[in-house]
Design a protein around this ligand. Structure first.
Ligand SMILES: O=C(COP(=O)(O)O)[C@H](O)[C@H](O)COP(=O)(O)O
Ligand SMILES: [Mg+2]
Length: 487
């Protein structure tokens, strides 16, 4: 669709004062072959009516690298050709008139090593507010190995997490304490104890539990760790509770994390809303202190959910693997929150594989080597219950934390019973899978059989059997990938 030759103005005309189209300033280079060492970003660009698509895509390259709206002679003091990001390919988005995929290559030297803040200041810095665009979405990114190697990656990783917990061969089980807000420290600790004693591996503070008047953070930490210790003693298993250290300042977060460590916690938690630099700081702290770092993606849906504008969660997942968290909420598919199966599968692969091959059906547009960065444990959380165990295992695999908040605490016979129902459902499903049974199709039967000797499971299945969340996905691709889209 595009003029397939460079339109870059060369010679002395290039630096004459005045406004020049971005595609003529050198930000559209259709013959450019991206180097192995380039960072690549794929944007979905929706230009305003009447704006030439190639110019809009070139502008995205320009505004996310070196350009401003007019020619500046000071470009000549730099290696401008190298530092200019180059849009090298523009494809119309299939079935979506007016939208274009823009592939943009950035020289590695544009980025400070090991800094998500610096990366994002370019890639999502100014450009999302650029007036000639109606909408802009960052769909995917590819990072060269040399760049990946400048990041710490997950502080602990899946392998070491399992070794520390001494739990193998099955998903881990967790629960978010409910109600999210209002419990006193003592009552909160009681919920933690019962959930862990009933059979869960982890409990979790919710995203908005920090240090409110009804329960200051030290109170929460003290009661939660008492609960963990008692549950460990009662069950002989290692247990954990994600103590949310999210706070207003880094100093406060370090203070809270250090107190969690002093009390013997094996895990702390942060929210995505603390920002990339704070996340990287906490990842380094977690590595130094032998702590697992759980990330709740609080806030992400404000910019990940719409197909045409924002940042895809697959990109956030990549940034977070680089940044160095150990757990990341990545969707449930069957639960209450957004999650198209194929797209979610792509997020899980980004967290757990050494190498992600291009897989358009899963929304993965590039090969990505992870250069031995640790693997990141995805967390499935939000409106799930024991009756979905076969689907969860099938869709999400084994290296995942399945978190049932309401699906534990809302059990008719209480929290311990809710936890037991989930643990028994999981163990029954793992046994069936290991015996080679077709557990996906026989799932309901397998659960019913286990429920014959487990009253809590029977009650859980009875109370939640009809609960499903079948809504149309807002994030699933609205196009069918074609082979020509493979780079
Ligand atoms: O409180 C919950 C879930 O509670 P419940 O299990 O009672 O529904 C979590 O904050 C959400 O799962 C976050 O969503 P995501 O994991 O998609 O970020
Ligand atoms: Mg929550």
């Amino acid at each position: 669709m595009n003029v397939q030759q460079s339109m870059t103005v060369r010679g002395k005309d290039r630096y004459k004062s005045g406004v020049m189209e971005y595609k003529r300033m050198g930000y559209w280079e259709p013959n450019y072959e991206p180097k192995d060492t380039d960072v690549i970003a794929l944007f979905r660009v929706t230009p305003q009516d009447g704006v030439d698509p190639t110019e809009a895509c070139a502008a995205v390259a320009g505004e996310s690298s070196t350009a401003t709206w007019t020619v500046v002679w000071t470009d000549r003091l730099t290696a401008a050709e190298k530092y200019r990001a180059k849009c090298y390919r523009v494809d119309p988005v299939p079935n979506s008139p007016g939208s274009y995929f823009a592939y943009i290559a950035y020289d590695l030297d544009l980025f400070e090593p090991g800094s998500i803040a610096n990366l994002t200041a370019s890639i999502i810095g100014n450009v999302f507010g650029f007036k000639p665009l109606k909408a802009l979405r960052l769909e995917d990114m590819r990072f060269p190995v040399a760049y990946v190697k400048t990041f710490q990656g997950p502080a602990t990783g899946i392998v070491v997490e399992r070794e520390r917990l001494d739990k193998f061969g099955r998903p881990l089980l967790g629960a978010t304490i409910k109600p999210k807000l209002g419990l006193s420290g003592r009552n909160y600790g009681r919920v933690v104890y019962e959930a862990l004693k009933g059979g869960l591996d982890f409990t979790k503070d919710d995203e908005n539990i920090n240090s409110q008047p009804f329960m200051h953070w030290r109170e929460r930490f003290l009661y939660c760790m008492e609960a963990v210790n008692r549950a460990q003693a009662a069950t002989g298993e290692i247990k954990g509770t994600y103590l949310n250290v999210t706070a207003a300042t880094m100093e406060d977060m370090y203070e809270r994390a250090e107190f969690a460590r002093e009390l013997g916690s094996n895990i702390v938690m942060i929210d995505l809303v603390i920002g990339y630099t704070a996340i990287q700081s906490m990842a380094k702290w977690a590595r130094r202190n032998d702590m697992i770092l759980h990330l709740h993606r609080a806030g992400h849906s404000t910019y990940t959910r719409q197909r045409s504008h924002g940042v895809s969660f697959r990109v956030i997942a990549k940034w977070m693997r680089l940044a160095g968290v150990d757990h990341i909420h990545a969707g449930t598919v069957v639960g209450k929150l957004e999650g198209d199966p194929n797209t979610t599968r792509g997020y899980y692969d980004i967290c757990r594989e050494d190498f992600n091959p291009l897989h358009l059906e899963h929304g993965v547009f590039f090969d990505q080597h992870w250069a031995s960065l640790n693997k990141l444990m995805p967390v499935a959380s939000g409106g799930i219950h024991a009756g979905q165990m076969h689907q969860l295992l099938d869709l999400l695999g084994e290296d995942v934390v399945l978190q049932f908040g309401g699906g534990t605490i809302g059990h008719p016979r209480g929290i311990q019973a809710g936890a037991t129902a989930n643990r028994v459902a999981l163990e029954a499903m793992i046994l069936a899978r290991n015996e080679g049974r077709d557990y996906v199709h026989e799932g309901p039967e397998i659960l019913a059989k286990a429920a014959q000797t487990c009253t809590p499971l029977r009650e859980a299945l009875d109370v939640w059997k009809d609960v499903t969340f079948n809504y149309e996905s807002t994030d699933a691709p609205d196009f069918v990938p074609t082979p020509s889209m493979a780079v």
